[in-house]
Ligand binder design. Structure first.
Ligand SMILES: Cc1cc2nc3c(=O)[nH]c(=O)nc-3n(C[C@H](O)[C@H](O)[C@H](O)COP(=O)(O)O)c2cc1C
Length: 263
């Protein structure tokens, strides 16, 4: 009986919301309204309960760690990279070198400074809270076993989490966008929301999405600058992608997938 009433309620709501007599706020509009800054809201936010801040760095202990070479690659100028940057979806079969991978990871989240005990990075972050963890799926990288790695920001190294060929899983999870299979590396930009929510509450989600864009553009420009091709991917099956790196999709979730391959 309750199924009948649920269906009836859904049908009536659908007809009501899609008719011209009513206007129902969409989930996106509601999110924007409820997280917008007004003078009153800013004060309310100050005293609103917030989640505790998780640790600044995610650590995988007891896993093989690989030190990356120094990120000292110097490519074309910033201005030329801006002019040249395009989303490139077709790659040659060449392997990405460890030096190139090192440079790409550094451009995404490398440490470039320290202030009052907080490490600062290549991409800006609201409140210097750095919600992102970067995972690398190595399809074809010189000197690296195929597998899924985590970027350890503090010591510029990578940790092998799962060894194996993940191209098929990636392809399925990325709605058959073939570039994830052909790219030498695929980056997963994964956010731990509570790092940002611990200070900014629900508005923090806006900041997290903005930061994914900063990191992605760093990867784009860096790839361009050192002669590689890249594309960011927003269209993927979230649960499938999250499962690859064993994150729950709630406390931590992949926000963007980005391919990099040889031209
Ligand atoms: C948030 C976002 C999501 C995107 N998702 C995809 C995607 O799923 N697949 C794809 O092929 N390109 C994707 N793109 C790349 C855009 O298609 C591309 O940036 C756009 O066509 C402009 O071309 P350009 O990057 O070469 O200047 C995405 C870009 C952004 C910023």
């Amino acid at each position: 009986m309750s199924i009948f009433y649920n269906l009836l309620f859904l049908s009536v709501s659908f007809i009501f919301c899609t008719s011209s007599i009513a206007y129902c706020e969409t989930i996106g509009e509601r999110f924007h309204r409820e997280t917008k800054h007004t003078r009153v809201q800013v004060l309310k936010d100050l005293i609103a309960p917030k989640p505790p801040k998780p640790s600044d760095f995610k650590e995988y202990t007891n896993k093989p760690k690989i030190k990356l070479p120094p990120a000292d690659f110097r490519g074309i100028s910033f201005e030329d990279a801006l002019l040249k940057r395009r989303s490139i979806r077709e790659y040659s079969k060449g392997a990405i070198t460890l030096r190139e991978l090192s440079q790409l990871l550094f451009s995404a989240q490398g440490i470039t400074g320290k202030i009052y005990g907080t490490y600062l990075r290549t991409a800006p972050s609201a409140g210097a809270l750095y919600p992102f963890e970067i995972y690398v799926i190595a399809n074809n990288v010189e000197q690296l076993k195929q597998g899924i790695y985590h970027y350890s920001v503090r010591d510029h190294s990578i940790v092998l989490l799962k060894e194996g060929d993940f191209k098929k899983d990636l392809l399925k999870a990325s709605i058959d966008q073939e570039m994830v299979r052909d790219a030498g590396v695929v980056f997963l930009l994964s956010a731990i929301f509570d790092r940002t929510r611990s200070k900014y509450g629900e508005r923090g989600y806006r900041y997290v999405y903005m930061e994914a864009g900063h990191i992605s553009q760093n990867l784009y420009l860096q790839a361009t600058s050192i002669g590689l091709g890249s594309t960011v991917i927003g269209a993927f099956f979230d649960d499938d992608i999250n499962r690859l790196i064993d994150v729950d999709g709630k406390k931590e979730a992949v926000i963007a997938v980005q391919t990099v391959g040889k031209l």
